[in-house]
Write a protein that binds this ligand. Structure first.
Ligand code: GDP
Length: 295
């Protein structure tokens, strides 16, 4: 589900999160492990102020473990704990709970010192659409909670979901917008399926992906599509399009006359990437981010 974000939406989304912040102790910031920076809200620090925060790198099952480890170090450097998770299949509920309690630790210690039974730590999940907020909520709740939809305008009574006996979660997550004014961010979001590919030219997205794979995951790309040799210069667009055409031929994406249907080939590339058919792949590493910061 993709929201058309416009300034009014952003203001409302921000206000809704700030209302919720008053009720909670810890924020769970959900990012996509394959593109942690591109799946991050550009104003997150400002919106969350100084609330204790746990970063979860979701869809870790699809991301490159070595790159994810680099991201964990990157966030640690910035004073944030980041934990790789797989909300769809993994079970890291206990780990998440323990870390949230630790982040809330000082207050619990004060309560215990005063002879008060500590109340459960209250958490809020925030993240951009499709990052896995509902999946994680269901996972933490231990059962299926009805989806509430990605509609920033929708308000309803807040409900607390119990996560064991020591944690409570607000049932409606905070929905944030990505940094979509940056074209590279748009490519990465579209490549991972966070935004509808129709918003961009599908062949452009696939070209971006094939180029990134050629540079960083050449062997996986070659193996998946039986490509003997990849171009020496990944910046050579014509040569990259030839790779896409070779993939199209391999998958029977043809139009009359035996020519390759590049749009169909592009869809195949994206579908197989998202399904993890080329292995665990990250489309962004801390060094990519440092490079773009330096520009
Ligand atoms: P929301 O819009 O943030 O609530 O995102 P959803 O919870 O609806 O998840 C979007 C898609 O990502 C769904 O198809 C989920 O099944 C999938 N998904 C969520 N978490 C994970 C994960 O950790 N691993 C994988 N492979 N898929 C996930």
């Amino acid at each position: 589900m993709t929201i058309q974000w416009f300034p009014g939406h952003m203001t409302r989304a921000r206000r809704q999160i700030q209302e919720k912040l008053k009720l909670i102790d810890v924020v769970i910031e959900l990012l996509d492990a394959r593109i942690p920076m591109s799946s991050r809200n550009p104003m997150i620090d400002e919106i969350l102020q100084n609330k204790p925060r746990l970063v979860l790198l979701n869809k870790h099952d699809l991301a490159d473990p070595a790159v994810t480890a680099e991201w964990v170090a990157y966030f640690a450097d910035k004073g944030l704990q980041a934990l790789p998770v797989d909300s769809a299949n993994g079970n890291q509920t206990k780990d998440i709970m323990v870390r949230c309690k630790e982040l809330f630790g000082d207050k619990i210690a004060t309560q215990v010192r005063k002879g008060i039974n500590p109340r459960p730590v209250r958490a809020l999940i925030v993240g951009i659409p499709n990052v896995g907020k509902s999946t994680l909520t269901n996972r933490l709740a231990g059962k299926k909670i009805a989806a509430t939809g990605d509609r920033p305008g929708v308000t309803k009574g807040q409900q607390w979901i119990k996560v064991g006996s020591e944690m409570e979660l607000l049932d409606t997550p905070g929905i944030l917008w990505p940094k979509f004014e940056d074209q590279m961010v748009g490519m990465r979001l579209a490549a991972t399926g966070a935004i509808k590919e129709e918003l961009l030219n599908i062949a452009d997205i696939a070209l971006y992906v094939v180029r990134y794979l050629t540079v960083h995951y050449g062997a996986s790309l070659q193996e998946r599509f039986s490509i003997e040799k990849l171009p020496d210069d990944p910046q050579d667009t014509d040569a990259m399009i030839e790779v896409m055409e070779a993939i199209g031929r391999k998958r029977g994406a043809l139009i009359s006359g035996g020519r390759v249907d590049l749009e169909k080939a592009s869809l195949t590339i994206l579908r197989e990437l998202r399904a993890g058919k080329m292995g665990r792949i990250s489309l962004e590493s801390p060094s990519d981010v440092r490079q773009s910061d330096a520009r």
